[in-house]
Ligand binder design. Structure first.
Ligand SMILES: [Fe+2]
Ligand SMILES: [Fe+2]
Length: 266
């Protein structure tokens, strides 16, 4: 409460997924977007940004950055802004007004930036999209998996990182597969488990699970009543661009891994 982060910019790209609380903001290039639980907020590479919480309650979010990639490429730059806050030049939530409409794009906006021009993807719209697909077949490896997309190009929201939201319906267990590219999952809703290279990772709302490249994985919803929802960030756009994306289904054992151990958080 009352905290703010000084305005700055850096070449690593960032995403934020709101875990708890509401009413804090991120300002990106002069536009403030206000947070609610389950919202996804983008901060493209080299965009001025600051954060603040003017409410009297804590607001908690998960940050995801492509720091290791940028470091590996020797392209790390960071700059503090002269003032504490970057000047506001746009109305609050302006990008949501302009780009936050399903398949309806403003024709007069000609600029096509590599990062999505929409800064905030609201939980309400995300959950509505998932619910609408409750009876769909989905993917045998990923369940009802939706990718947040760049509204103008239909591509990943950021050039180096893709964001996904996956719903596992009551009792649903996916088939195992593996692919290049790593992922970080955040359990947005529900309880269940992921089996990663034979190790069982039980999870519930609020947990974070990391998936290394080329590790076998499958996910299961532990509830027979409620949906489980996994948010994830993935570096797949980089692997796609470099021709290094590769995927393989697990075919032994009926498509599900034998569990050899269970992860215990210490
Ligand atoms: Fe930052
Ligand atoms: Fe996968």
């Amino acid at each position: 409460p009352g905290e703010s982060a000084r305005a700055h910019r850096h070449t690593p790209t960032a995403i934020r997924f709101i875990m708890e609380g509401e009413g804090a903001y991120t300002a990106v290039d002069g536009e403030r977007v206000y947070m609610r639980p389950g919202d996804l907020i983008l901060t493209p590479s080299w965009a001025w940004h600051d954060h603040g919480n003017e409410t009297d309650k804590p607001v908690v979010w998960m940050d995801g950055l492509d720091v290791p990639l940028v470091q590996f490429m020797n392209a790390m730059f960071f700059q503090l802004y002269d003032d504490r806050l970057y000047p506001l030049t746009k109305p609050n939530n302006a990008s949501v007004q302009l780009h936050g409409h399903v398949s309806l794009q403003p024709t007069w906006v000609k600029e096509r930036a590599p990062a999505s021009p929409l800064l905030l993807y609201s939980w309400d719209a995300t959950w509505r999209s998932l619910r609408a697909l409750w009876d769909a077949t989905g993917d045998e490896h990923d369940g009802i998996a939706l990718e947040y997309t760049h509204p103008q190009t239909g591509r990943s929201v950021l050039p180096t990182m893709a964001c996904w939201i996956q719903m596992l319906r009551p009792g649903e267990r996916t088939m195992a597969h593996r692919h290049t590219g790593s992922a970080v999952y955040y359990v947005a809703q529900g309880t269940g488990e992921s089996i990663i290279d034979g190790c069982r990772f039980p999870w519930s709302k609020g947990d974070i699970i990391t998936l290394p490249s080329w590790a076998l994985h499958e996910h299961a919803n532990g509830s027979t009543k409620d949906a489980a929802v996994l948010f994830s960030i993935q570096d797949r756009p980089v692997l796609d661009a470099l021709g290094l994306y590769r995927e393989e289904a697990f075919t032994e054992n009926g498509g599900n891994q034998a569990v050899r151990s269970t992860f215990a958080a210490s």
